[in-house]
Design a protein around this ligand. Structure first.
Ligand code: ADP
Ligand code: MG
Length: 240
């Protein structure tokens, strides 16, 4: 569903992604880990073309996403993204935050968009917050709204960039629970996270990045039992 083939990316003179080869199947959950600055966010952001690549090929559903002819809006509709900072509109209610894009970008009638939004709020466990404003919610609740907002576009792929890193510890679990459910329902997911318990339990594959390269790609059981790469071993030992 997502395929990087010899992808390189530079920020000016800085070579941030180095010869990336990575294929992600439909319904697969891939967790990307690695030290800060290793290129994890950049890798994710290339998938929905928030960043351009310098060379190589990147396809989503066999569409070359960096072709001039590719309809970027259509591509992005199929790819939901959840960030570390929830990026909700502060002046809009939870319901309006979730229905905005379906109404504006997909032309869904308001009533229908609201029904869909409510079903996703239900799914993330906060149907009672529909009329609240983001500032009235906890961080964990705001992040669950952000996930519901992503899902409301009915994407085929969800990208998560450290979705729990800005949360107080007691709220991390509720967000990971929602992500776990989503994985079990068959969503294709690419997740950058430092939550190793989640990676171990939910990931089909763990990708370890360091200095712009993918150093290791393995099954979680194998990876956590004994990473092959010394740098991965060091990274894990520092997390414990
Ligand atoms: P990670 O998510 O693994 O921490 P990033 O993908 O955010 O890594 O960043 C990788 C490297 O690229 C870092 O050294 C960062 O400073 C650099 N970088 C990220 N975004 C930009 C940018 N827009 N311009 C220049 N350098 C950037
Ligand atoms: Mg990052």
């Amino acid at each position: 569903m997502i395929r990087f083939h010899r992808v390189n990316k530079h920020y000016g003179l800085f070579h941030v992604l180095k010869n990336i080869d990575l294929s992600i199947e439909e319904k697969e959950v891939v967790v990307v880990i690695g030290p800060s600055g290793s290129g994890k966010s950049t890798l994710l952001r290339c998938i929905n073309r928030l960043e351009t690549i310098s060379d190589g090929e990147l396809t989503v559903d066999n569409v070359k996403i960096h072709d001039k002819s590719t309809d970027i809006n259509k591509l992005r509709r199929n790819i939901g993204m959840v960030f570390q900072h929830f990026n909700l509109y502060p002046h809009m209610t939870v319901l309006d935050n979730i229905t905005l894009a379906p109404i504006k970008a997909l032309g869904v009638p308001k009533r229908e968009a609201e029904e869909t939004a409510m079903s996703y709020l239900d799914k993330v466990g906060i149907p009672d917050k529909a009329k609240s404003y983001p500032s009235q919610l906890s961080g964990g609740q705001q992040q669950r709204v952000a996930i519901a907002r992503g899902l409301a576009m009915k994407p085929r792929i969800m990208l998560f960039d450290e979705p729990t890193s800005a949360l107080d510890p007691e709220m991390i679990g509720e967000v990971l629970d929602v992500m776990r459910d989503l994985a079990h329902q068959g969503m294709t997911m690419v997740v950058v996270t430092h939550e190793m318990g989640f990676a171990r339990e939910v990931a089909d594959r763990v990708v370890f990045m360091d200095q712009g390269r993918i150093l290791e790609e393995s099954q979680p059981a194998e990876f956590f039992a004994k990473p092959r790469e010394e740098r991965a071993q060091l990274f894990l030992s520092r997390l414990l």
